[in-house]
Design a protein around this ligand. Structure first.
Ligand code: APR
Ligand code: PHB
Length: 394
């Protein structure tokens, strides 16, 4: 088989890249290891930067998002038990966010692929990349017990943190930087009306977050020790802990219901540089991971795909400048979000070795943001998303 672009991984990064390339008339294929049902069963974060919203609309993917997504104008941080810092990004910058679950974006992308008849292969096993540092890379994989070979012009590695793409960049060239945080997030889904606002909480007992999926579906998180399992967290314990960490006024607005999903995820920051090697280009979690505190994971996957799709389209039209600059330009935006997510994680969580001094310093920073428009603008412009650069030059 011959394709212009082989995309390894059919998560949000890979499926979005397939969609955009197809609309530009480029023949691409996605090779996804899991089944379609498995990918659609994964629950992920749900806050979109406005740049992400506009990009999805521009590529014809905005209909359901605009129907059921919830635009949000404020970032809210509860602290010291009952204080509530509310930063109005729309008033400060004219930009807002959209709460719309990543699972629904994934559904929208697969539906768009079905409609356009694009080539998505599920249960592609043992995907291997060959000759990526030549002009004729090729891919092999197993499907239904037979080996398939695809020759191509370019390979997009969109196969997440544990994928096969990144390790094919020689270790002598790759620089991997990682920071692991000494806690996790216990996340639950509950069929109960959510708070009208998105609210983070800094509390002596640990971080908490109240988000939503729709008018009767709340998405809620509490910080927990890394070695906890979901069996340690009965529903009663979860609700007690959440209500202890958020202000009484907001707690009173949430009616506890049995949870319908419960999982624990560790927090880490990770970046692998460069994001390209020869004819291989990494995008999304394959190249970087952020802790969920800043809600940047999906947004970064989308911004990488924006840069990569523009670069590939230009390259097929004879201008390779974008591909040459892709890693440098993408990494600049990646590091902006990685730094922001690390800072917000540090500001809002209770660290195991945290002293009263550290707690006071966090609270002082929240008091400072409360009183400083400059600090609120800085928080806002990073939360709503840093601007895109032009990746392709004339
Ligand atoms: N071969 C083929 N597919 C693979 C392989 C492989 N060897 N390894 C992994 N995959 C698939 C996974 O099954 C998954 O569906 O690649 C896909 C990667 O998808 P994601 O992990 O969702 O990563 P990405 O598309 O970059 O999206 C980033 O997802 O993890 C969240 O917070 C993150 O929101 C962000 C978004
Ligand atoms: C979510 O809605 O799941 C969510 C919201 C904000 C975050 C992380 C997750 O920072």
């Amino acid at each position: 088989m011959k394709k212009q672009v082989v995309i390894v991984g059919g998560g949000p990064a890979g499926a979005l890249l397939l969609h955009i390339l197809h609309r530009a008339g480029i023949d691409a294929i996605v090779l996804e290891r899991q089944t379609r049902e498995y990918v659609l069963g994964r629950i992920r974060a749900g806050v979109l930067e406005w740049g992400t919203v506009e990009l999805l609309r521009r590529h014809g993917l905005g209909a359901r998002m605009d129907e059921v997504g919830t635009p949000k104008d404020t970032i809210n941080i509860a602290w010291k038990g009952s204080e509530l810092l509310s930063v109005d990004t729309h008033e400060l910058l004219g930009k807002r966010m959209m709460v719309y679950g990543q699972t629904m974006i994934q559904e929208d992308l697969y539906a768009a692929s079905d409609e356009a008849g694009t080539h998505l292969v599920f249960e592609a096993e043992d995907v291997a990349l060959h000759d990526i540092d030549t002009d004729s890379p090729w891919i092999t994989y197993q499907h239904d017990g037979t080996e398939v070979r695809i020759d191509c012009d370019y390979v997009a590695g969109c196969d997440g943190f544990h994928g096969a793409s990144r390790p094919t960049i020689p270790a002598s060239i790759r620089r991997e930087m990682i920071k692991e945080y000494p806690f996790g997030w216990l996340g639950v889904m509950a069929e109960t009306p959510p708070l009208p606002m998105l609210m983070y909480a800094n509390h002596e007992r640990g971080f908490a977050l109240c988000s939503s999926r729709n008018a009767n579906l709340a998405r809620l998180y509490v910080q927990c020790p890394l070695d906890d399992t979901v069996d340690d967290w009965s529903d009663d314990r979860f609700w007690d802990e959440l209500f202890a960490r958020i202000p009484p006024e907001q707690a009173a607005q949430i009616t506890p219901q049995p949870t319908i999903e419960k999982s624990i995820a560790p927090l880490r920051s990770f970046v692998s540089e460069p994001m390209s090697h020869g004819r291989l280009f990494l995008a999304g979690d394959a190249a970087h991971i952020v802790p969920p505190t800043g809600a940047k994971g999906l947004n970064l996957a989308v911004s990488d795909v924006h840069y990569l799709s523009e670069s590939l389209i230009a390259a097929f039209n004879g201008n390779p400048s974008g591909l040459e600059r892709y890693s440098e330009i993408a990494l600049r935006r990646v590091w902006g979000a990685v730094r922001f997510s690390w800072w917000l994680t540090g500001l809002l969580h209770r660290f195991p070795d945290q002293t009263d001094f550290d707690q006071r310093a966090q609270e002082q920073e929240l008091l400072y943001i409360t009183g400083s428009e400059a600090a609120q603008r800085s928080l806002s412009e990073q939360y709503v998303g840093l601007p895109f650069e032009d990746v392709v030059t004339a």
